[in-house]
Design a protein around this ligand. Structure first.
Ligand code: NDP
Length: 682
């Protein structure tokens, strides 16, 4: 047999298999529509398809396997309907409509499809594999709705309304199916849902859509005073395209420089950041509401450290030499990805921009960075600083805007990678969008991290750790250890010392160097935090201190919430399960190591974790079992640039900082080099 024809045959086989499987699934749907779940058997389907039962079994195993495949095919079709509409949608309201229209498309309203869905739904509670498909479908619908709604209304309202819309989609469809498609058809069902959504969005008191369409100017406000700090203009497709083109040209030259040359520029950027520390810290404090006491020693300094660290690594970037025997050797080149995008959250605007830009540029990429729309200013300063340091124009550019601008980056065909810092929902949306052009994706997402204090811990250190784990930046730190597990033997003493220190914290004007607790980032976010405090109280947690907005004197104009400690918390409470991103600590009691490890891991997040104990054997044993990407022993929230930072589970993918970051901003090229003659068999 000649090589060509055997390859062609091999390639054709999977094609034949896929077609056969599709045909059998279609026959199964026919059978379900006519005979229902019970009447549909392998023999029945084989007879209808004109094949032997053995062939059906060959493809699907048994009846469960076949029905599972058929249900997946239906669910996939709806998923595809929704995804293609989401991709076309260019506004949050449009994306909500995409979910409605995709789920209630005319294809879902015919007798055959409807009866098959009903047959499956009847079995979902009994058959585990069907339940998995159903729950993936439900989760996807909710998360698509929530992420679009969050851009129109506050997050807690978005969660509620998403659940209502999802329930209505299923309810309208189910009633139509059960009435034999008399009660509604696809068009009237969609019209009903559309009217419902529009009505609810109008009624909601805070349903003010975020502005920020391309070309629109939007204000950034100081959350401590309500003062408008300035305006920026949202970038649309034309600006993003232009930025990508400029970046592409700049990257070609930047990527061709030696690592040492690039490192020199980054090192100068670190020096300029340090020289301008006070000015940048003041700007960051005004934009975020964080106390100057923090921004002066952390935000700018951490950014400068990052540039300094990656300046060094740029010089030592290299591939490998691989010995392949006397006839050949190989080597790898670590090459830049090209133009990459960074999308930042609002809690550490400058630091996040630096943590993304420094490794990206060190590796020879160009970066386009979008800061969060409520904290737009310091990233622009970084662009200035890099230019002053000698980076070619276009190597680092800032585009401003809302999620729509972010989406233009994640979908852009000429951007090779996106690095996002943000919420889990945003991470999923970014990954979905990036999939269309198979971009590399690094995600630094949310958390609900545990801090475990064993009975033998040095108590004052553990209390200090718990304070750092909860109240720095008014609790707006992704890695915060907000679930503080304290051993029963020391809990009362721990709480007494903790509350004393919390009560002594100074809340005030963030620009005052004496202030330790500043404002939350926005009014909307403050209301979210306050609503969690109310939920904690309603669920029976005991408030030890804080628990309210602070409005004394000039603070009345800002978004200040007192550092809050809850005791008597249970693992099932919303304040213990969900990321609040505010100054709210939940204290939980535990008895033994096994129990606390299990409870600490019982979360969908996995960003960080901390352990306080004097028994170092136990410390390492427990840390090894905790499901978290970034851990501390007898310390909390310290993030030296030399150590990789990032999460596991829903807290993210990839790592920032450390040598590990280089993996995420380069690609390997393997080169085979022959030393002898070429020996061909022809
Ligand atoms: P968001 O997820 O709301 O926003 C993050 C960024 O993504 C913003 O610039 C936002 O734009 C943009 N964005 C939103 N939707 C999309 C989309 N569909 N496509 C592309 N870009 C989009 O996070 P927050 O700003 O509210 O930050 C808080 C969150 O960040 C918390 O969950 C926190 O835990 C997490 N975080 C994680 C860190 C980590 O390293 N693991 C560190 C710091 C924070 P816009 O704001 O303009 O809408």
């Amino acid at each position: 047999m000649n090589i060509q024809s055997s390859t062609a045959l091999d390639a054709a086989l999977p094609q034949v298999d896929a077609t056969r499987r599709r045909q059998l699934i279609e026959v199964t749907l026919d059978s379900l529509a006519e005979l229902g779940y019970v009447g549909t058997t392998l023999a029945q389907i084989a007879a209808r398809a004109g094949v032997s039962p053995g062939l059906v079994a060959h493809y699907f195993g048994d009846k469960d396997g076949l029905l599972d495949a058929a249900f997946r095919a239906l669910a996939r079709r709806v998923g595809h309907q929704v995804r293609s509409r989401l991709f076309e949608a260019d506004s949050p309201r449009g994306r909500i409509q995409a979910v409605i229209d995709g789920n209630l498309a005319p294809e879902e309203f015919d007798q055959r499809t409807g009866t098959a869905w009903l047959a499956f739904w009847g079995q979902v509670l009994q058959v585990k594999s069907l339940r998995r498909v159903q729950s993936a479908y439900q989760r996807r619908t909710l998360s698509n709705l929530r992420s679009a709604l969050k851009q129109l209304i506050p997050a807690d309202e978005a969660r509620r309304l998403a659940a209502m819309i999802a329930a209505m989609i299923d309810g309208v469809w189910l009633r139509a199916a059960l009435s034999g498609w008399r009660e509604a058809d696809s068009e009237s069902a969609r019209a009903l849902l559309t009217a419902f959504v529009d009505g609810r969005l109008q009624q909601l008191p805070t349903a003010a859509p975020k502005s920020g369409r391309a070309g629109e100017r939007f204000a950034s406000v100081n959350p401590a005073t309500g003062e408008v700090l300035g305006y920026v203009t949202a970038a649309g497709a034309a600006q993003v395209d232009a930025a990508v083109r400029t970046a592409g040209r700049a990257q070609a030259a930047w990527g061709a420089m030696t690592g040492t040359e690039r490192g020199r520029v980054l090192r100068r950027a670190a020096d300029i950041l340090r020289a301008r520390n006070q000015e940048l810290a003041e700007l960051e404090t005004r934009d975020t509401g964080k106390p100057i006491q923090e921004t002066r020693v952390v935000d700018v300094a951490s950014g400068a450290d990052c540039f300094e660290y990656f300046a060094g690594l740029a010089q030592s970037l290299c591939g490998e030499y691989i010995d392949l025997g006397p006839q050949a050797f190989g080597y790898t080149r670590r090459e830049p990805l090209g133009v990459v995008a960074g999308i930042g959250a609002w809690n550490y605007p400058l630091q996040i921009a630096c943590w993304k830009a420094a490794p990206a540029l060190a590796c020879g990429n160009a970066m386009i960075f979008k800061p969060a729309e409520i904290t737009p200013f310091t990233a622009v300063k970084l662009e200035e600083i890099l230019l002053e340091a000698g980076a070619p124009p276009g190597v680092f550019q800032v585009v401003q805007g809302f999620a729509d601008t972010g989406r233009l980056l994640t979908r852009h065909p000429d951007i090779r990678k996106v690095s996002l810092t943000g919420e889990v929902g945003t991470g999923k949306a970014v990954m979905r969008d990036a999939a269309h052009t198979l971009k590399h994706v690094t995600l630094e997402l949310g958390g609900k991290s545990p801090l475990i204090v064993f009975g033998d811990a040095r108590l004052d250190n553990a209390v200090a750790g718990a304070l750092l784990a909860n109240f720095y930046s008014s609790g707006q730190v992704c890695s915060n250890g907000t679930r503080v597990f304290v051993h029963r033997s020391i809990k009362q003493e721990f709480l007494a010392r903790l509350v004393k220190r919390v009560n002594a914290m100074r809340i005030g004007d963030p620009m005052d160097p004496e202030t330790q607790v500043g404002a939350l980032v926005s009014e909307q976010h403050m209301h979210k935090v306050l609503s969690y405090i109310e939920r904690g109280l309603a669920e029976g947690a005991r408030l030890l201190t804080g628990g309210m907005r602070v409005t004394e004197g000039a603070l009345a104009r800002g978004c200040f919430v007192a550092p809050t400690v809850f005791d008597n918390c249970r693992d099932s409470m919303a304040i213990v399960r969900e990321e609040i991103f505010g100054p709210v600590m939940s204290v939980l009691e535990f008895e033994d190591e096994e129990e606390v490890v299990e409870r600490a891991n019982a979360t969908e997040f996995g960003l960080a974790a901390g352990v306080f104990t004097n028994d170092l054997t136990r410390a390492h044993r427990v840390i090894a079992r905790l499901q978290a990407g970034t851990c501390w022993i007898n310390q909390y929230n310290v993030t030296p640039i030399e150590l990789p930072f990032g999460g596991v589970k829903l807290s993210g993918l990839g790592r920032e900082n450390g040598r590990a970051a280089l993996e995420h901003y380069t690609q390997l090229k393997s080169v085979y080099v022959a030393k002898g003659d070429v020996d061909a068999p022809y």
